[in-house]
Design a protein around this ligand. Structure first.
Ligand SMILES: *Cc1c(COP(=O)(O)O)cnc(C)c1O
Length: 470
């Protein structure tokens, strides 16, 4: 090789300007056309997975192919190969059709590709994310001392909460891990919690048995008497309670644990109080609905997933805490290679992640474009979709098991409809709508959740007809 020159950049990876522009504009048009087809098509995947696997085998990467061909292929397979969250008849698992501002934010993040590990390398994004976190904290009526960060999801945010609780519970946890405690550690959620808590207990090194699932009150909420009883019993047996994790918006039924009662018990027993509001936290955006979360500001920490009811693209959660010093204690590390910061705001020293994507821009742009009022109206719209669905189901002989202020129904079909799971399988297989089977207080129910911001009354009617087998 000529020592005076370098090889050209690899054009398949770094094409020239005109090629970028040409493929970029074409891709934008194709994606828009696909979006319109998806809204009218099957909600469930229609792909033949066996056939797809054999197509995949043909990509042995021995010969490069034109990027456009690969893009066309990838988009076509996405159109048939997933449950379509952007279809307004997806009444599913909290996964939204993504809002347009959040999609724009992803384009910006992908183009600049900032590294958010440190405020030294990304002063603007780090300050912008902190600003959004503060705005959400104020909305939840936390004091000005509240801080936090964006996380990949509710699971990461909840894991962060447990690590903070453990770090707060014993000065030697950071150094010695679970061995620091004189007995087995315990933390408490209702049995209707998000069951990722079991993985989190495992990850944190305290073991899955550390999670004690508390009975619900017959209406899907943690029973405070049972919580108190469990804490006292565990203490008497030599265990060490560290945290109560109340759920504000259970995954199955959208129920909100009694936050004040949980806060009273946590305070009385000097336990960390976490509120897992991954989905239900969105109620904070609505002046009309936020009262359902009264007491959330008594928590030491909370989780809200922007990638659920705030409709951002996937991988965008918020962790907020009033105990910033514990984040620094739990996640500090020192290296010589990282750009040092003057602000003390370095995400890599206060969070689980190191290299970090700029996800906070998604919520920033959504809030900038819609305001709290617009975001609140989006949340209220979801509740209205569920109210219409509820009326239509009640009018056709169904009953409703849960009573949630949020946008999820647990519906019980008329007895002659037979088993819930079989009914749900039929509806999903038809591609006309997507719902899930679950149980509420021991009863089999159809879980119907408003997740898509563009669902119309026609879509609600289509769902009800599909559920009624018409
Ligand atoms: C979705 C959810 C989680 C998990 O969050 P991910 O973003 O999927 O990691 C935890 N708790 C509750 C209440 C949830 O709804």
């Amino acid at each position: 090789m000529n020592p005076e020159s370098l090889p050209e950049p690899i054009p398949a990876l770094f094409p020239d300007d005109s090629e970028r522009n040409r493929i970029g504009s074409w891709l934008t048009g194709e994606l828009e056309a696909a979006r319109r087809r998806i809204q009218l098509g099957s909600v469930a995947p229609t792909v033949d997975v066996k056939k797809f696997r054999s197509e995949l085998e043909a990509f042995d990467f021995s010969q490069p192919r034109p990027l456009e061909e690969a893009l066309r292929w990838a988009m076509a397979r996405m159109e048939s190969g997933i449950v379509q969250m952007t279809n307004p008849r997806y009444f599913g698992l909290f996964n939204p059709g993504a809002s347009f501002p959040s999609q724009c934010a992803d384009q910006i993040a992908a183009t600049f590709n900032p590294q958010l590990a440190s405020s030294g390398s990304s002063p603007v994004p780090v300050a912008l994310e902190a600003h959004v976190v503060k705005a959400v904290a104020r909305r939840a009526s936390f004091g000005e001392e509240a801080t936090g960060h964006f996380a990949t999801g509710g699971s990461e945010a909840n894991y962060t909460a447990l690590l903070c609780a453990l770090t707060a519970a014993h000065p030697k946890f950071a150094a010695d891990g679970a061995r620091a405690f004189a007995g087995p550690v315990r933390f408490y959620t209702s049995r209707d919690c998000h069951i990722a808590w079991l993985k989190i207990a495992h990850q944190a090194g305290i073991g899955r048995n550390a999670l004690r699932l508390i009975d619900t009150d017959g209406c899907g909420r943690m029973d405070p008497k049972a919580l108190l009883g469990a804490i006292i019993e565990d203490r008497a047996a030599g265990a060490l309670p560290v945290m109560v994790a109340a759920t504000a918006g259970t995954t199955g039924a959208g129920m909100i644990d009694p936050l004040h009662a949980c806060a009273d018990i946590a305070r009385q027993h000097k336990l960390w109080l976490h509120v897992d509001a991954a989905w239900g936290g969105a109620l904070l955006a609505s002046d009309r609905l936020r009262g359902a979360l009264d007491g959330i500001n008594r928590a030491d920490s909370i989780t809200i997933d922007a990638h659920k009811w705030f409709a951002t693209t996937m991988g965008c959660a918020i962790f907020i805490t009033t105990r910033a010093e514990l984040l620094s204690e739990a996640f500090n590390a020192s290296t010589t290679f990282m750009p040092s910061s003057v602000s003390g705001l370095d995400p890599y020293l206060n969070t689980v992640q190191w290299s970090r994507r700029f996800v906070g821009l998604r919520l920033f742009l959504s809030l900038a474009a819609a305001g709290w009022e617009g975001l609140g109206a989006h949340v209220e719209r979801g509740v209205a979709v569920i109210e219409r669905t509820k009326e239509a189901l009640l009018a056709t002989g169904w009953s409703i098991a849960n009573d949630s202020p949020a946008a999820v129904l647990n519906a019980i079909p008329p007895p002659q409809f037979g088993e819930v799971r079989a009914l749900v399988r039929r509806v999903v297989a038809s591609g006309r709508a997507w719902v899930a089977p679950t149980t509420f207080e021991g009863v089999d129910v159809v879980r119907i959740c408003a997740t898509n911001g563009e669902t119309t009354l026609e879509d609600v009617n289509a769902l009800v007809e599909a559920l009624n087998g018409r």
